[in-house]
Each structure stands twice: as structure tokens, then as C-alpha cells.
Design a protein around this ligand. Structure first.
Ligand SMILES: C[S@@+](CC[C@H](N)C(=O)[O-])C[C@H]1O[C@@H](n2cnc3c(N)ncnc32)[C@H](O)[C@@H]1O
Length: 515
């Protein structure tokens, strides 16, 4: 590495955020801010059993490591060669071996405590990499807030397990292990484990990344994180970031409403978010947590204070419990829906549209799922109907503006929605052209608009790691882009052969100029 390399960010401290990261110079959207290796990576407490060496799920059977006779690992030929990193290190193996010899550690005890492996591996780092260990120990833990709560009680399983492994007099005290558990909970990222070949299923792991852990949260982030198949995390600017501006990551789901996001942040990260989006009852004009006004049937009712919701049109005020009950009703209905059934989803969307604002997060969720089910049906059926494709197209168009507002710049969800929108436009236009419902120039207009969406999707997908689902979508999208250009050029040739000229009616953003 260049010895004069200076990172484009610096770490500052404030009373509100603790340590946080700011841009040391202007950063462009798409620019890499840093990459980061995991300090520790492993299964989370809800994971099913995974191989301790490569993290492939151990679906039906496993063997134990030949050396330590404790760690569950892949059976048969062992871990696949393409999974380069081996996480069951020689040091860990020898540690397990000595615990087995001296304390009789049984492999099934290890299997039953797989949820404690991450904390154990973090604990073992203290003598291997003292500098990283010190940085890990400086991470925010909210230990005092956790003390005496259910998570503290739950973590006692890990405390007992790690203490039971101590073969010498170096038994870590309860607080140290609680601290490790807390640092993992407050600072870890979800990491997709390697997929089982041909089945595709993968376990969700957790990783602590010491640089990324310093980023503060905002419900509208200005970064995009991607974790590649070597588990390296790469942080990109998702929008332009000015020198001195904080670099934010969104710790929660941007497609949830304010009360759910705040609840998740309070439970998992122990703070009340006061970002611009959380402070705005309209959620940046999306009205994502609002209801249709039952008084004027026109305005949107948003929470303006903890006790009261108000209509932005007729100004009628509603007490909090009335509105909360209505939302709960819609939520309960959503929970029992068969989310793979188009009819049930359509009926739900129809019914709750009378109660919830058009972009309400429950409606957004239902629409996203419906678009997914329609995509699968369209891709499966030899001759999907125009109605089906048109419905998917409309859903993508409804989702897109909300994503543009809440996930500005580079966003994975937006890239997928743009790709699906392009696919629907191409499929529908082809069907209509083949059925003589579209002229050559009109067909070309449609494909030109699809091309714009596809290009924008590709710009975002390019930064996704190669063998992630998004990386695979990127490769597919690139092929489709090339094929689309060939089709467009053929149509243009046909128009010219007929002695006609073609003037494109599509704006650079993909919309129709004539409308
Ligand atoms: C992943 S850590 C970030 C680094 C941390 N500030 C530190 O000093 O180690 C998450 C913690 O940072 C603080 N934090 C991050 N974003 C915040 C925000 N928007 N408002 C208030 N506190 C925030 C909270 O204490 C949260 O639990």
C-alpha cells in the first residue's frame, strides 16, 4: 500500500453521537470511502449449525474436525476449495483440543452453543491481535443500559459457556464477556454466508468491522455498503458528500415507518433517532406512516405530536389511540396474508388503500412482494399476459419515487426495482409490437425508455460483489443491455429501410416527452 495514503475521512467525537466519521474532502457518489476486513465473523444466536471453517450450513450431517475432535465441519470431501478463508484457525483448533483433553469438551456442547462462537472468537483475539482487540473494546456497548435486561440474561448463556472452557486460571469475568456480547450486538453487520451449491440457501452471519462500526446512523444514509465473498466490506458514497459532512449508514430498514425504525434503533442500538426524516411527520413528503383522512377523504393524517395526528388538508385532529388501532388492524391483516398469493395481495392492497396513504410502508411492502410474485410468474410462464406485465410495471413505477426520496443515489433496492421496471417495459413492448399494437417508432421509444432505467440500474449494480445475488443480476443485466442495444439497432434499421426517419420521444430520465 502507498505509505502516503491518507483516508478520505476522519473520526470525530460529539456528545450526541459518540465517535462518528466525517468526510475529509469532497466525495463523489460511487467513490470508495474505505474497505474493511472483519475483526470477527460468525453465526448469530439464531443461526442453524454452520461449518466452523467455511460457514456453509450443515444441513443434515456433519463431522468433527480431525485435529481437535470438537468443531463441526463439512462432511465428505470437506469444505469446497473456492471458499478460500478458513475460519477454524490452527489456534482455535489447538484451543479446542486442549479444552477437550482437560475439561472433556464434547462436540455436542459446542454445537448447542454455536450462538456463542462469535463472542468466543472475539475473546480469543485479545492475545492474537492486541491493537484490534483494543479498538474492539473501545466500541460503544451501552453496557449500563443492558444490565439487568432480558438481553443481559440471555447473554449469560455465553458467559457460562466461555467460562466453562477455561483450562487455566485465566477465567474471564462476567462483565468482560457481557461487554463482548454487547459490542457485537451494537456494532455488527449482517453478512450473507456462502450459499450451498445448487440449493442456494445460505446462513445469515454477523461480522464486526472496526472502521464501519464508527459510522453514525441516519434514516437517509449517504453510503452504500457491500460485503464481498471474501467478507471484505466496501463502503461507497451513495451520493456526493461534502468535506466536513458526517458519513452516515442506515442501521435500520429505510422502508419501514418512523415508529418501527425508532423502536428498532432503541431496542438494538439504544438511542432515539432525531434525523431529518424522523423529525418530519410527512417523512420527507412520502407520507410513509400516514393514513387517509376519514373526515375529508383527501388529506393525509400524520402524527404531529405523541398524542395527536392531524390531517394536512382539513386539519382535523385525531387522538393517537384511534389511529394506532387502525394501523394495527392493517398490520394484523398483513401478518396473516399468504404473501405469495397474488389474489390475496391484490385484495389487501385494495382494502387498505382506503385507510392508509398510498405510500404507507405496509402498502409499499405488499406492493414490493406482489411485484416479486408477478416477476416469478412472468418468468415462469411461456406466454404471460399483457395485464400481468402491465401490473408489475405499474407497481415498479409506484415504488420508484419513494425509493428515490428515501434511498437517494446508489441503492440496492432501487437498482433491483429499476431492473424490474426495464424488464417489464421490454416484455410489454415486445408483446404489443408482435401483436401490431405498437408501430416500429413507438416500440423503439419504449425500448429507449427501458434502456435508461437499465443503465441506471447497472450503474448501481456494478459496485456489487461478483457472486452475490446482486452481482449475478449485474451480469444478467449487462447481457440484457447488449441484447437490447442490438434489438434497438435492428428496429432502427427497419424504420430507415422503410424510408422513414425516427425522432426519439423519450426524455433522458426515461419518461415520455410527448406526455
Ligand atoms: C455502531 S456505534 C457507532 C460508533 C459509536 N458512536 C462509538 O463511539 O463507538 C452505534 C452507537 O453510536 C451512537 N449513535 C449512532 N448514530 C446515532 C444517532 N444518529 N443519534 C444518536 N446516537 C447515535 C449510539 O450510541 C449507537 O448505539
Amino acid at each position: 500500500m502507498n505509505s502516503t495514503f491518507s483516508p478520505p475521512y476522519e473520526v470525530l467525537t460529539s456528545e450526541k453521537l459518540g465517535r462518528y466519521v466525517v468526510a475529509k474532502r469532497d466525495l463523489r457518489a460511487g467513490e470508495t470511502i474505505f474497505s474493511d476486513e472483519p475483526f470477527v465473523l460468525g453465526p448469530n444466536s439464531e443461526s442453524t449449525l454452520v461449518c466452523f471453517n467455511c460457514y456453509l450450513p450443515l444441513l443434515s450431517k456433519f463431522v468433527v474436525c480431525k485435529n481437535c475432535a470438537v468443531a463441526p465441519v463439512c462432511p465428505g470431501e470437506g469444505c469446497p476449495d473456492y471458499l478460500h478463508k478458513k475460519w477454524h484457525t490452527e489456534r482455535e483448533c489447538n484451543f479446542f483440543k486442549s479444552v477437550k483433553l482437560l475439561n472433556g469438551l464434547h462436540p455436542m456442547t459446542m454445537v448447542q452453543n454455536v450462538g456463542s462462537l462469535l463472542a468466543l472468537r472475539a475473546f480469543m483475539k485479545r492475545t492474537v491481535d492486541t491493537q484490534a482487540w483494543q479498538e474492539f473494546m473501545q466500541l460503544e456497548t451501552h453496557l449500563q443500559e443492558r444490565r439487568g435486561t432480558s438481553i443481559w440474561e440471555f447473554s449469560k448463556n455465553t458467559v457460562r459457556f466461555i467460562q466453562s472452557l477455561s483450562v487455566i486460571d485465566d477465567i474471564p469475568d462476567d462483565d468482560l464477556i457481557q461487554r463482548i456480547c454487547a459490542a457485537i450486538d451494537v456494532n455488527s453487520f449482517e453478512v450473507r454466508g456462502p450459499p450451498v451449491p445448487s440449493i442456494g440457501c445460505a446462513e445469515v452471519l454477523r461480522g464486526v468491522y472496526l472502521k464501519a462500526a464508527l459510522l453514525a446512523h441516519d434514516c437517509v444514509a449517504n453510503t452504500h455498503m457491500a460485503i464481498n465473498d471474501n467478507n471484505t466490506l466496501v463502503c461507497h458514497a451513495s451520493v456526493d458528500i461534502k468535506k466536513g459532512e458526517p458519513i452516515y449508514y442506515n442501521y435500520t430498514d429505510p422502508l419501514k415507518g418512523t415508529s418501527i425504525r425508532q423502536q428498532n434503533l432503541m431496542i438494538g442500538k439504544y438511542f432515539k433517532c432525531s434525523c431529518d426524516r424522523c423529525s418530519d411527520a410527512t417523512e420527507m413528503g412520502t407520507f410513509m406512516s400516514s393514513l387517509m383522512c376519514a373526515e375529508c377523504n383527501t388529506g393525509y393524517v400524520s402524527r404531529n405530536s405523541p398524542e395527536e395526528w392531524t390531517c394536512n388538508n382539513c386539519k382535523k385532529a385525531f387522538p393517537d389511540p384511534t389511529i394506532v388501532n387502525r394501523i394495527k388492524c392493517c398490520m394484523d391483516k398483513f401478518d396473516v396474508l399468504n404473501k405469495t398469493d397474488t389474489k390475496e395481495l391484490e385484495e389487501y392492497i385494495r382494502n387498505v388503500s382506503l385507510i392508509l396513504s398510498p405510500n404507507h410502508y405496509l402498502l409499499m411492502d405488499a406492493k414490493q412482494r406482489l411485484a416479486g410474485v408477478l416477476r416469478d410468474t412472468i418468468n415462469r410462464e411461456p406466454r404471460p399476459t399483457k395485464k400481468l406485465i402491465k401490473r408489475k410495471l405499474d407497481l415498479c413505477k409506484e415504488l420508484l419515487p419513494v425509493l428515490e426520496t428515501l434511498c437517494p443515489g446508489i441503492s440496492r433496492t432501487k437498482a433491483i426495482t429499476l431492473y424490474e421496471l426495464h424488464a417489464a417495459i421490454v416484455q410489454l413492448a415486445k408483446k404489443m409490437f408482435d401483436g401490431r399494437d405498437l408501430t416500429g417508432p413507438a416500440y423503439l421509444d419504449e425500448l429507449t425508455s427501458a434502456e435508461k432505467y437499465l443503465k441506471r440500474s447497472l450503474e448501481m449494480l456494478f459496485i456489487e460483489p461478483g457472486n452475490s445475488p446482486e452481482g449475478e443480476l449485474c451480469a444478467k443485466a449487462l447481457e440484457e443491455y447488449r441484447a437490447l442495444k442490438v434489438t434497438m439497432s435492428n428496429i432502427l434499421d427497419a424504420i430507415h429501410t422503410e424510408g422513414k426517419s425516427y425522432v426519439c420521444a423519450v426524455e433522458s430520465n426515461g419518461s415520455d416527452k410527448s406526455k
